[in-house]
Design a protein around this ligand. Structure first.
Ligand SMILES: Nc1nc2c(CCc3ccccc3)c3nc[nH]c3cc2c(=O)[nH]1
Length: 380
């Protein structure tokens, strides 16, 4: 694991950026979409399908994996990469966000968050130090600071309190990560990212970003969004937050988003994304295609033998008919979820590859306008 973590900004087109992140487990081409593999699997897909779709990096989740099968157990079994047979980079979230959305009977203090498992009610505690310890036990290449993300809408003083707590937790996360490095629990090919909070308040966002930049992280996430604020507020907040971050470090917008969200966020200068949408919506019968999103439960597809999306690079989108996928989804068959998870994961990777190509050729604005018209048109 000699390769040091590094970000190389290759070129820009307006605020849009083309780059590469080097980790000890491989290179991440940015702008990048990172499939979510919360419990050590990208649901309904084999790792080879995820790799062949073009994904360079996957996401794992501290909250879920600490509860089952357990971080120490995964470490005993050789780490998350070996466990799930993914040899590329893995980014893990720090767990705070998931405790707030899934954990039960939570108690937040300066120390951290005490909670009960949503699986069996067992008692657990997450702190910046324990979160970093778990992420190192998992062997994550990119780790996230322990933060508090509050649901919007919220009172400004609540947003300010959570943002300031997250800054104190950023300091503690960084010290814990450095201690892990010194003790051999982490190496130079791994990185810890800070997370900017502050709701949709520009002043709080600037304070959070400035304080994190002072702590000097190798990458910065914009957190606290995709929590119900809506597309316009998210884009407005991004426009206020991104300029406060250094251009020579990656920017990761957490939990985003729809294809339209991705295009508009890349236009503003975001480099990395994650979202459960391609796989979760796939399991619920939605297909992302180059002619808009299709709800495969719709009876209009019952006798439509045309392919899901003949423009897709996914064999599943070209080989299977809408009628067949409609039947599988209506029947609740596993293959329906498998096909649509595959089609959607490939669509998201093809979308990112097209963005990278447009930026490389200095035609992102034109490409974005053409593509938005195509993929947001209401399907016939
Ligand atoms: N730590 C953190 N995570 C967030 C996630 C989960 C992203 C994630 C990472 C890795 C695996 C799964 C999920 C968010 N998802 C939507 N909005 C989000 C905001 C935050 C946030 O402010 N902080």
């Amino acid at each position: 694991m000699t390769e040091h973590f590094a970000f190389h900004l290759k070129t820009t087109d307006g605020l849009a950026r083309l780059g590469e992140i080097t980790t000890s487990r491989g290179v991440i081409r940015t702008p990048a979409f990172m499939p979510v593999g919360t419990v050590a699997t990208v649901k309904a897909l084999y790792p080879d399908q995820v790799r062949d779709a073009g994904a360079d990096i996957l996401l794992g989740n501290t909250y879920h994996l600490m509860l089952r099968p357990g971080a120490e157990r995964i470490a005993r079994l050789g780490g998350l990469h070996k466990f799930m047979r993914w040899d590329g980079p893995i980014l893990t979230d720090s767990g705070g966000f998931q405790v707030m959305s899934l954990g039960k009977i939570r108690k937040i203090t300066e120390e951290g968050v005490a909670f009960q498992s949503h699986l069996d009610g067992s008692r657990h505690m997450l702190s910046p130090e324990r979160s970093i310890e778990i992420q190192c036990l998992l062997g994550a290449d990119i780790q996230m600071q322990f933060d508090e993300c509050i649901e919007l809408p919220a009172e400004r003083r609540e947003v300010e309190r959570a943002m300031e707590l997250s800054l104190r937790w950023a300091e503690r996360s960084k010290r814990a990560f450095e201690a892990q490095r010194a003790a051999g629990g982490a190496h130079a090919g791994q990185a810890l990212f800070g997370i900017v909070q502050g709701g949709t308040d520009a002043e709080l966002r600037h304070r959070s970003a400035a304080a994190l930049v002072d702590m000097d992280f190798p990458g910065y996430a914009v957190g606290g969004l995709a929590v119900g604020e809506g597309h316009e507020a998210m884009i407005a907040t991004l426009g206020q937050t991104l300029p406060a971050l250094p251009t020579d470090k990656p920017r990761y917008l957490m939990g985003v988003g729809t294809p339209l969200d991705l295009i508009e966020s890349v236009r503003l200068g975001v480099d990395m994304f994650d979202c459960v949408m391609p796989t979760r919506n796939g399991r619920h019968g939605y297909a992302f295609t180059w002619n808009g999103a299709l709800n495969m439960r719709n009876a209009k597809f019952a006798e439509d033998m045309s392919p899901l999306d003949e423009l897709s690079s996914c064999p599943g989108a070209r080989d299977y008919s809408k009628a067949y996928v409609h039947h599988l989804i209506k029947s609740g068959e596993f293959l329906g979820a498998m096909i649509l998870s595959w089609v959607n994961t490939v669509f998201y990777q093809d979308l990112m590859a097209a963005m990278r190509d447009a930026i490389a050729h200095g035609r992102f604005a034109e490409w974005a306008d053409e593509t938005k018209a195509r993929i947001t048109k209401r399907p016939a």
